[in-house]
Write a protein that binds this ligand. Structure first.
Ligand SMILES: Nc1ncnc2c1ncn2[C@@H]1O[C@H](COP(=O)(O)OP(=O)(O)OP(=O)(O)O)[C@@H](O)[C@H]1O
Ligand SMILES: Cc1ncc(COP(=O)(O)O)c(N)n1
Length: 564
């Protein structure tokens, strides 16, 4: 080995530093809002959370029952106990409640002069209960002037600016822009309280610069504590050194996932909380190193299709129903393989990636990552298909696999030319992700090194599962951000190619020895799992850790037809 051998690993493998973030807020014993939401959000956003309590609130998902405000001296003692000992990278304030509390926190801030102060000017809870005394409103308005950024909802913005409640987003942006220019404080305008299909968080800087982060509205009642959660996550990402654009994008995207999965927590029967931990649990599951296939998943010798058995029980013990295949299996072997792969195939259909692609909430950076990895994948896939052509002896199969390889290369070129805008691809191509590399390496090794039938089984899920996703797609409006891409799934040529691949696999499995069939079944199930990973991987990437997507890459109807 020479000393000139340099290996550079992606910086994403290094652990980021952990910002120390203090929340100053009221409590919610049901865990959805206030200090509880703040601490969960700070942790989720990658910070170390600390909490100073301004008021004890007896509340749940239905509303506030009682309030207890400890003496202001005690609040001051809490604040000093923390700041005498801990360096604070960011501070977030929520419910301050009374003019006396506001004055106490303000005096402490005068001494501390924090770098980042996010003020969520909490006034009224979702339930309609007041969390700020009416006579303290003007003290809160003055307090906001010391913030780095304030995060009022539409009603709070009206109080802050002394204007009537904005009826539309433009009006809210105008109110905020004037106030920001006057005070020198940035504002995040949140349109959660407006009756719009898109919920947009817009960062307005005093110099007039605007950063808009749109997300699709989730139809749910689980929005208790969304304001607390957004401001805490924002403070944490700013405290970590993120730019306002990056911090707001992260917080909005994470909160969207938390809101989407809030109802499944089944906490309370009123306005439920969001699931702050959903992203962390999803990523933890994705990082599992448990083997994909259990040793008994496929018998050593597969004599008949029935040897593959009924679908196995899912992770939670329930029997997995076999989804109806959009493209019918042409014989008993492919039918048995379809049933054996039911759990994974259902997981793909139900995946957050497919859901977000369909409802349009998939973040742009995730879509860009997916496209770039898809191009890399297609190149590896084409090589595996070409290997099958080389290993085929009957003319029809030779022609079929050669054409399939050409098709994959054409689609790769189309992705570069159209969607990725990198016709001169080569030097600037992104590197394959671990998931893409594992999948393409597996395909190539199987197509080259195993019996041909096993290779055919390995390449089949890419055809079949993609066609399955395509068949299940609903029609979307023309202004859907991924409308043009979704059209590519419906390519009739791809359906024909999949039917031919299925016929090839059926014939190969029927003609193979029991040992080769077993290896084929294992390869098929492994490839199904690679497909799930491939879809899921785009939602495991942080904004900034992906290829840039040219602005023109979404909504390009002229490119419809370039299916994988
Ligand atoms: N139904 C929804 N769908 C998607 N995102 C939402 C929804 N409701 C709220 N959000 C997100 O939560 C953020 C805060 O929500 P909202 O505008 O209601 O502020 P808030 O009134 O301060 O919150 P809170 O309900 O905690 O008082 C929004 O900016 C948006 O990112
Ligand atoms: C202590 C405290 N702080 C803030 C809120 C606002 O949250 P929401 O408007 O979602 O009820 C709350 N309910 N309780």
């Amino acid at each position: 080995m020479t000393s000139s051998c340099h290996i550079q690993f992606s910086p994403s493998s290094a652990l980021p530093s952990v910002p120390r973030v203090l929340s100053i807020a009221g409590t919610d014993p049901s865990g959805g809002a206030g200090t509880a939401a703040d601490l969960k959000s700070i942790t989720a956003a990658g910070g170390y959370g600390m909490s100073v309590v301004t008021a004890l609130v007896a509340q749940n998902t239905h509303g506030v029952r009682d309030l207890h405000v400890p003496p202001a001296d005690f609040l001051a003692a809490q604040l000093r106990a923390v700041s005498d000992d801990v360096t604070l990278d960011a501070i977030k304030t929520g419910m301050l409640g009374t003019a006396e509390i506001i004055a106490t926190v303000a005096a402490w801030l005068d001494d501390l002069q924090p770098t980042i102060l996010v003020v969520d000017p909490v006034m009224v809870a979702t339930s309609g209960d007041r969390l700020l005394q009416p006579e303290a409103e003007q003290a809160m308005v003055a307090f906001c002037r010391r913030a780095t950024v304030v995060t009022p909802n539409i009603d709070e913005l009206a109080v802050l600016t002394g204007q009537p409640r904005a009826a539309a987003e433009d009006e809210a942006l105008e109110q905020a822009a004037r106030w920001s220019a006057e005070t020198g404080v940035a504002v995040v305008v949140k349109t959660g309280h407006l009756d719009t299909l898109t919920v947009t968080n817009t960062w307005l800087s005093p110099d007039g610069a605007r950063i808009a982060v749109p997300s699709t509205r989730v139809d749910t009642t689980s929005t208790h504590g969304t304001g607390c959660s957004l401001s805490s996550a924002l403070a944490t990402r700013l405290g970590r050194g993120d730019s306002p654009a990056a911090a707001l994008a992260w917080a909005t995207d994470w909160l969207h996932e938390s809101i989407t999965h809030g109802a499944a927590l089944r906490v309370g029967s009123g306005h439920g909380p969001v699931d702050h931990g959903h992203r962390a649990r999803r990523l933890q599951a994705a990082a599992s190193s448990a083997p994909w296939l259990m040793p008994d998943a496929v018998p050593h010798l597969l004599e008949t299709p029935a040897g593959l058995g009924a679908p196995r029980a899912g992770d939670d013990g329930h029997k997995v129903a076999v989804p109806a295949p959009a493209l019918a299996p042409p014989g008993p072997w492919t039918a048995a393989l379809w049933a054996a792969g039911a759990e994974t195939n259902t997981a793909i259909a139900d995946s957050d990636f497919v859901r977000a692609l369909v409802d349009g909430s998939l973040p742009q950076h995730a879509f860009a990552f997916y496209l770039a990895q898809d191009a890399l994948y297609l190149n590896g896939y084409a090589r595996a298909l070409a290997a099958l052509a080389a290993r085929s002896t009957d003319p029809a199969s030779q022609v079929y696999w050669s054409q399939a390889a050409t098709g994959a290369l054409t689609e790769e070129a189309e992705l570069h030319r159209g969607w990725l805008g990198t016709a001169d691809h080569g030097a600037l191509d992104p590197a394959p992700s671990p998931v893409t590399a594992a999948y393409t390496t597996f395909l190539l090794a199987t197509a080259l090194g195993e019996d041909r039938a096993v290779g055919v089984a390995a390449v089949l899920p890419c055809f079949w599962l993609y066609a399955q996703v395509g068949a299940a797609l609903p029609a979307v409006p023309a202004d859907h951000p991924y409308a043009a891409w979704l059209d590519t799934y419906r390519d009739p040529g791809f359906v024909t190619a999949t039917e031919q691949a299925l016929a090839q696999l059926e014939a190969e499995m029927a003609a193979a020895s029991p040992a080769v069939r077993a290896a084929g079944a294992r390869a098929f199930l492994t490839a199904c799992r690679h497909e799930l990973e491939f879809f899921d991987q785009a939602l495991r990437i942080e904004p900034g850790g992906e290829a840039a997507l040219p602005a023109a890459a979404t909504n390009r109807p002229e490119l419809a037809g370039s299916a994988r």
